[in-house]
Design a protein around this ligand. Structure first.
Ligand code: SAH
Length: 346
């Protein structure tokens, strides 16, 4: 059993079965979820015997930092964590004026197959548990000694393909006995698994849901994202409307601009026509080139023209500030690089 994945109630019940008093559960939960302990040894107000028992009863992933690349440009830190089963996952700490933001992975690898993304090149290895998602944030707090204010689930993996663990993760991240992060400071990004988007709407969380749209026609979207063969843009927009109606929260459309592929003004006009009726905000991201693919980002002029067109049509637009360009900032790049290095070394 993974200690970090147990809610306070679950921990209380489980410790009671081991004959431990209820207040111990509170102490342990506090170490794990508030003080962000990286090992059982750090839990110094527990007896040595209890610490030994905990190590026997539970798994407690220590999140060994295999790499940490720090951007010379903006201080962004990209972490590569080595898990005890030999897998590696990436997380990113971005420092903004309004506070620290952490981008976490939801799976080891990914099976969605998006054409421009490095995370999916080797397919899906496995889902991450709720504790492994929390652990990425805790380990970064532990390493920097700085509070994390915002969490975005936009690293490797498709969160809606790991639904139950994501829901548990949101519950624990917003728990007042843990980091107590407000739901409004959490963003979950999906490539558009329609049934899961609706299921998430039912939960009525006040989080931000981001939809990776990247194209305005099914035909074009299919060339970039295989998931577009399963769900049409029409079905996606219906799910967005459902989400907005259920939660009252505006959805964000993520739109990675690829030069000559999806960055025409015509496309901007169509994007505005999609975003308007579902009250979506558009976040433009110049595509981050990966060496395995030939996609190039749109130039500044194109990006501005695209933005202007959206704004003229009454759409709220932001251009994603590019962070960590010098440190393999794009999803899955660092993990892939290190995996390749170790393969070359064999
Ligand atoms: N699977 C989820 C979350 C992870 S990807 C999703 O698809 O939304 C987070 C965002 O980064 C998505 O919008 C994804 O399409 C985008 N992305 C992935 N690789 C990228 C790259 N090389 N350049 C720009 N955006 C990229």
């Amino acid at each position: 059993m993974d200690l970090r994945s147990l809610t306070l109630e679950e921990l209380k019940t489980d410790l009671a079965e081991h004959g431990e008093k209820a207040f111990r559960a509170g102490q342990i939960y506090d170490w794990v979820h508030k003080k962000c302990a990286a090992s059982v040894e750090e839990m110094t107000n527990l007896s040595k015997q209890l610490r030994e028992n905990l190590k026997e009863w539970y798994e407690f992933e220590e999140f060994e930092i295999a790499r940490c690349q720090i951007s010379q440009i903006d201080g962004t830190r990209k972490y590569l964590f080595a898990l005890s089963d030999g897998n590696m996952i990436e997380s990113v700490l971005m420092r903004y004026k309004h506070g620290n933001s952490v981008c976490i992975s939801s799976q080891v690898g990914c099976r969605m197959g998006c054409a421009f993304c490095a995370s999916t090149l080797d397919g899906l290895v496995r889902n991450l548990t709720a504790g492994e998602m929390l652990g990425q944030i805790y380990r970064i707090e532990h390493d920097t000694g700085e509070r994390v204010a915002n969490v975005v689930v936009m690293g490797s993996g498709e969160p809606m393909d790991n639904f139950d663990n994501i829901v548990k993760f949101i519950g624990m991240l917003t728990d007042k006995n843990g980091l107590n992060i407000s739901q409004r400071n959490i963003t979950v990004s999906t490539c558009g698994l329609v049934p899961r988007m609706k299921e998430l709407a039912e939960k009525q969380f006040q989080i931000t849901l981001a939809l990776s749209l990247h194209a305005t026609t099914d035909e074009r979207r299919r060339t970039l994202m295989p998931i577009a063969n399963r769900y049409s843009i029409e079905e996606l927009m219906e799910a967005c409307k459902y989400y907005f109606d259920k939660t009252g929260r505006r959805i964000t459309f993520e739109y990675s601009l690829v030069s000559g592929v999806n960055d025409s003004e015509e496309e901007a006009t169509r994007l505005a026509a999609l975003a308007g009726p579902v009250h979506a905000h558009v976040n433009l991201i110049p595509v981050n080139p990966i060496k395995e693919r030939s996609f190039l980002p749109s130039d500044q002029k194109r990006i501005r023209a695209f933005q202007n067109k959206l704004e003229k049509n009454g759409i709220n637009v932001t251009i994603r500030r590019e962070m960590g360009r010098d440190i393999d900032g794009a999803c899955g790049q660092l993990r892939r690089k290190v995996l390749e290095e170790s393969r070359d070394g064999e």
